[in-house]
Write a protein that binds this ligand. Sequence first.
Ligand SMILES: C[S@@+](CC[C@H](N)C(=O)[O-])C[C@H]1O[C@@H](n2cnc3c(N)ncnc32)[C@H](O)[C@@H]1O
Length: 343
Amino acid sequence: MPHSRVEAATSCPPVVRSTNSLRIRYSESGGLTSRSVNARPDPGLSVRHPVDVEAKKRDIWAEWLAERRSGGDSAVRAKQLEGLAPVRDKVLDRARLAPGERLLDVGCGEGLIGFGALERGAGHVVFSDISDDLLEFCRATAESLGVLERCSFVRAGAEELVGVDDASMDVVTTRSVLIYVSDKRRAFTEALRVLRPDGRISLFEPINRFGMDERRDGFWGYPSNGVADLAERVEAVYGQIQPPDDPMLDFDERDLVRLAEDAGFFPIELELQAEVHAIHPRSWPVFLNSSGNPKIPTIAEAMEQSLTPEERERFAEHLRPLVEEGRGVSRMACAYLTAVKPG
Ligand SMILES: C[S@@+](CC[C@H](N)C(=O)[O-])C[C@H]1O[C@@H](n2cnc3c(N)ncnc32)[C@H](O)[C@@H]1O
């Protein structure tokens, strides 16, 4: 299972851009205490997550963004966020956001896109998500930054943007959210509904199918010769949770264009980026404790579920040097789509 269920979060080449009026600083104190929406090392404001959300168990979305995406390693998390800054910038560049405009970010997460839009002078940003924890995180961040009056927070799924009025938005953005949405057709229709005439949608999605073609072999991009039977059993844990018809895998870039067109967007522009390259060396504990997306176990958990202790040892003995020395191949693709609601 090289990259099938992995969020291609940071894989696309950067478009470097700098906007510096509004900064959140990444401070490493563990857990979900601090997040960066800027992911730059500039000095700035440090934001802490409110105590009530820190204390209770986070939902899977908040937990993944906070911990499991990075294997609980704060340096890895900082690097991932740094890698996301160019993706955020490209989504916003392509949205052609003008100062004062109203932007809705669907599946806002920790506010990567929304706070980026505020930095660029958006008049108002609507943060929407299905995760109460993440909406609360964004609200607390906005308060810390003194931009609360330019923000609102809506608990809504992409498929039904409850609480967002027809034709009320200049721009809709979304990043790595449609991969979790079964009814993508409805998500596009909803985006069209809330946009004003001549409003734009700008989105980024991983195209996970790209990593699933016949060239894939081994385990997560690493050769599995000698342990193929074990690799298959670990892989089966993931296959059961996210089979090929899972929303994460059931579309490609052509489908995105088709869905946008069917919804009524025109014109539409899509940029596909595909990369096949060596996997950079990784820390073994980080590899073991990371999960590719919020819905699947970490590799350590999947090994625990599917292998005996002796088998785990044999599997780890094979895999560890490959991971630490970067002897694997990454196959990732992602798409940026921009489209206009006809005037
Ligand atoms: C990978 S995170 C991306 C967060 C954010 N867009 C970013 O770029 O950092 C996926 C987000 O989608 C949200 N999400 C999942 N399913 C959703 C749905 N059906 N509608 C809206 N948001 C959803 C999750 O709560 C999470 O915040």
